[in-house]
Design a protein around this ligand. Structure first.
Ligand code: A2P
Length: 339
């Protein structure tokens, strides 16, 4: 049978399940599929193309025979097991923060910097979800008119944290609608009917939270540039889909029509921009889509070369699973095997 032996680590989780779905949609031929999770889920069966595949305990499993392994079980799990997978012969596409800034590890958004994969040592990193969608929206502009500075605020859904956070938002919402106090879990504050301006751990030296630091470092690495990035990342009570307000300062003046034209031509970017008729993307309406949606594109009247935009994408798909599967498809150059 043609195709590869693929593995998904974290197959029972929010991103792992999406990787499974995107592989099903995009990859025609697969020699075999192996699914890994913790001992808690070992032995569970997951349906894929009419078959039930048993989930294996990652700790006990071997990667011998696996061609490509998608890691989506969190940074600590990748730190512990990804190198073992590589030693046992797999090419790892890692969806965690474990190796993103390592100089030997390419950090890839396939539409933007696939050329950087040439230097890989069997370990490739998927950027952070909030970085991916911003990069997809700004790279087409940056390519012709370099961006000097970005000010970005994010509105990130709870699915980015995983299934536990999705459950926490559901149960806290139910409690509050019943006039009960919400049980605080997963986040340091209740997330239902609230906003939390903290994602990941605090970094006292910079005053940033780690998600913000990721946006700064990853943007510079992917665009091979010293762009100044000023981020604020916020968790919002939305289940799926991240949104961002992005302000960019370009090097040279450019008309609004030219910027619109660049975004209209960009691969997998959809401009939904009819503000007079309330036409702009919202996270609820772009769920389960692979594109990055841009609206509210307008000049920043306070800067000669400034623009503002609103960028929305499905964080589990475009911001994680689809990016990873697209990397795989492009790497193995199987255009006939991948959509
Ligand atoms: P499990 O379901 O057995 O806990 P999410 O991001 O949605 O919370 O999912 C996390 C994923 O990572 C799940 O598939 C989870 O498996 C897996 N996982 C978490 N910790 C480990 C671990 N120590 N070893 C292997 N898989 C893990």
């Amino acid at each position: 049978m043609t195709g590869h032996v693929l593995g998904i680590v974290g197959a029972t989780g929010a991103v792992g399940q999406k990787i499974l779905k995107v592989i099903d949609e995009r990859v025609k031929n697969i020699k075999a599929l192996r699914l890994f999770a913790s001992a808690r889920s070992a032995g569970e069966k997951i349906a894929f193309r009419g078959r039930l595949i048993e989930v294996e305990d990652l700790e006990k499993a071997s990667f011998n025979g696996i061609d490509y392994a998608f890691f989506s079980a969190g940074t600590e799990v990748s730190e512990k097991y990804a190198k073992r997978a590589v030693e046992q012969g797999a090419i790892v596409i890692d969806n965690t923060n474990a190796f993103r800034m390592h100089p030997d590890v390419p950090l890839i958004v396939p539409e933007v910097n696939f050329h950087a994969i040439k230097k890989h040592h069997k370990l490739i990193a998927n950027p952070n979800c909030s970085t991916i969608q911003m990069i997809c929206a700004i790279a087409p502009i940056h390519r012709v008119n370099p961006i000097k500075r970005i000010v970005v605020s994010t509105y990130q859904s709870v699915s980015g944290t995983g299934t536990e956070a999705i459950e926490a938002l559901k149960s806290q919402s139910a409690q509050m609608l019943n006039d009960e106090n919400p049980t605080v879990s997963v986040y340091p504050h209740a997330i239902a009917f609230n906003l939390i301006p903290q994602i990941d751990v605090f970094l006292p030296e910079s005053g940033l939270y780690r998600e913000e630091e990721k946006m700064v470092n990853e943007t510079c690495k992917i665009l091979e540039s010293k762009i100044a990035v000023c981020p604020t990342t916020v968790r919002v009570p939305v289940f799926y889909g991240h949104s961002e307000t992005v302000n960019i300062e370009l090097t040279n003046e450019m008309s609004l029509a030219e910027v619109q034209n660049l975004l209209n031509k960009a691969e997998d970017v959809v401009l939904v921009d009819d503000p007079a008729n309330s036409g702009y993307p919202t996270p609820l309406e772009i769920q389960d889509k692979d594109e990055v949606f841009v609206g509210r594109l307008r000049r920043d009247m306070t800067l000669p070369c400034g623009y503002n935009m609103w960028v929305v994408a499905d964080n589990l798909r475009r911001g994680a699973a689809t990016n990873a599967v697209k990397i795989y498809c492009k790497m193995c150059k199987m255009t006939e095997n991948c959509k």
